[in-house]
Design a protein around this ligand. Structure first.
Ligand SMILES: [Zn+2]
Length: 471
């Protein structure tokens, strides 16, 4: 297969990361070289995947249920219940927006990196029992980050905050708030993540409609600003329906607003964002395995590594884990669990991947929109898809370009992306799916970027739904 002109997320971000690392410390050739090598996993011959998509889907750990959104706190005024997460630790962060988001330009996330030097993380790392890793929460007072203290926000929604990081707990609170404030909001849980979070699925609109649109966000951890975007879109559609708009009468819109909640917690809070000791150890072991990157001996690199976390807590890139026909020959340039790019031990190996596959198999969507960050670019084309699907993808891309003004590459050879959710949808399922990359800079994008991103994306679903009515 010819070299790709474009690849979702990884190349631009990695290039930025390499540039950053070179600027951070000139004497890090090992890491920079590794990253550069990793940035070019271009070649991938077509071959049968080892994993049968059907069997992988059948293994989905948790069947979708109509379970209530698990609230963040028992005392919340919203419908309340206990979290299913085992071993909810004191380090679990609150959704309180007092925490400023990581700056895209900074070497370390404000808040996480600033005080992380205290005590020295590397001595902590090898310091024996009882010595905590100095992640974000590890150096914070518990009063500042109380356990699951996020109740439904009284003055609106967390996703409306222009400064606060959008955490998993904030998402839970907002889902409860939406269910309280609007009729016709159905939530379900697709699976439990390895660190004990819920993979939430939300349905609005007419569930008997023939046309079904799926919208996803935060498949990649550090791109969590996209969860705010799709949650705002959800509320906008509900507001319009409340005001008399009939668009949702003819379509059912599904959301998976945070596909990698464990990874999001790592990017936002480091190792102490993990709720379970098992997954804390898992992340530590991943970092140990990449010790040549000096992430255990250099505080800034340690912070950088966690802040830039893109994968699941098990170190798998969900967007390289789907059982496309070429998965087995995909060179992910990592070959073992990592903060980014690793395709996993087998196609469909991850619970989140299998949950998404089962969701798609259950509903057979008319179209799918995947929100990622960053680049202000739309990945629409797929040269391995049928002509009908390919044309539909490019037409959807044109619609989104018309609203956002983002770049839409011309159809081109190599637009198929091994292991990607979009390509699995396009080729294996025959479902037109596009990827929209919001924002520009490096991920995590500064929280304040949400305002500009929202202005460009607030009309995207309206336009796509209107277009779908003509399909
Ligand atoms: Zn991405």
């Amino acid at each position: 297969m010819a070299a790709k002109q474009y690849r979702e997320c990884s190349r631009r971000i990695l290039a930025a990361a390499v540039a950053f690392m070179l600027g951070l410390a000139a004497a890090v050739p090992a890491m920079a070289d590794t990253a550069v090598v990793g940035a070019a996993p271009e070649a991938a011959a077509a071959e049968e995947t080892a994993a049968a998509e059907g069997s992988a889907a059948a293994e989905t750990a948790a069947a979708e249920t109509t379970a209530q959104v698990q609230p963040a706190a028992a005392e919340t005024t919203a419908p309340a219940a206990e979290t299913a997460a085992a071993e909810t630790s004191a380090a679990v962060q609150t959704a309180a927006p007092a925490v400023s988001g990581p700056s895209g330009a900074a070497a370390s996330a404000p808040g996480r990196g600033e005080d992380a030097h205290e005590g020295g993380f590397w001595t902590g790392f090898n310091g024996g029992p009882g010595v905590a890793m100095q992640g974000r929460a590890g150096t914070a007072s518990q009063s500042q980050y109380p356990v699951r203290a996020a109740a439904v926000k009284t003055d609106g929604y967390y996703f409306n905050d222009s400064n606060g990081m959008y955490t998993y707990q904030a998402l839970e609170s907002d889902l409860n708030a939406l269910k309280s404030n609007y009729s016709g909001v159905t939530t379900a849980v697709l699976c439990q993540t390895p660190d004990g979070r819920q993979l939430y699925h939300v349905i609005i609109g007419n569930q008997n409609a023939g046309k079904k649109l799926l919208v996803t966000a935060s498949m990649h951890a550090r791109e969590y600003i996209t969860s705010k975007v799709v949650m705002r879109q959800m509320k906008k559609l509900l507001d319009e329906k409340k005001a008399g708009d009939t668009s949702l009468d003819n379509v059912c819109v599904h959301f998976v607003p945070m596909m990698d909640p464990d990874g999001v917690a790592i990017s936002q809070y480091g190792i102490d964002g993990m709720q379970t000791s098992v997954m804390r150890d898992t992340v530590r072991n991943i970092m140990k395995s990449w010790a040549e990157w000096e992430i255990l001996t250099n505080q800034d690199k340690y912070n950088w590594y966690l802040n830039k976390w893109k994968n699941t807590a098990k170190g798998v890139d969900l967007n390289q884990n789907f059982p496309t026909d070429t998965w087995s020959t995909l060179n992910d340039a990592r070959n073992k669990p990592s903060s980014d790019m690793y395709k996993g031990p087998s196609a469909g190996s991850e619970a989140e991947t299998r949950a998404m596959m089962e969701l798609v198999n259950k509903y057979g969507y008319t179209a799918v929109v995947n929100y990622h960050a960053q680049g202000e670019i739309i990945y629409a084309d797929d040269d391995a898809a049928s002509e009908a699907v390919r044309n539909r993808c490019n037409a959807m891309g044109a619609v989104v370009k018309g609203v956002t003004g983002y770049i839409l590459p011309e159809p081109h050879e190599g637009s198929y992306d091994d292991g990607a959710f979009k390509s699995w949808l396009n080729v294996k399922k025959g479902i037109p799916a596009i990827t929209v990359e919001v924002g520009s800079g490096t991920c995590p994008l500064p929280e304040t970027d949400i305002s500009g991103i929202w202005e460009k994306n607030k009309g995207v679903l309206n336009a796509l739904i209107a277009d779908m009515m003509n399909w």
